[in-house]
Design a protein. Structure first.
Length: 117
């Protein structure tokens, strides 16, 4: 099970972005993913963190989805019900602040299955 960070979407009719510049969005999302992966590792948990620029709710995966709150309104309700989703603050992705995501991941059942041995 991976953790997918959705801060922009580059396919489909609606293509929300962080800044409007795909190069900057790539860099910001990559930075967020790198910081999140390090913090998850510090928790003693094994998960890969992926920036998913081509998210498609019609292609379900058994992953954890961290989705920008500004994008959540575009996500179909049936997807929200059937998947592990954490809504994250838009500015947290931009600033690389992973504290809220780590707090939710560590308190809930999200990462308990993936403890490092």
């Amino acid at each position: 099970m991976d953790i997918r960070v959705i801060g922009d979407i580059r396919v489909g009719k609606i293509q929300p972005s962080l800044t409007g510049n795909p190069v900057i969005d790539d860099s910001l999302i990559e930075n967020y993913c790198k910081k999140l992966k390090q913090q998850i590792k510090n928790l003693g948990t094994l998960s890969d963190v992926i920036g998913d620029h081509f998210f498609n709710p019609n292609n379900p995966a058994n992953d954890i989805f961290l989705i920008d709150r500004n994008i959540m309104r575009y996500i179909p309700e049936d997807f929200k019900i059937g998947h592990k989703i954490i809504s994250i603050n838009h500015n947290d992705i931009i600033r690389g602040n992973v504290s809220e995501a780590i707090q939710v991941l560590s308190q809930d059942h999200f990462l308990n299955q993936r403890k490092a041995q």
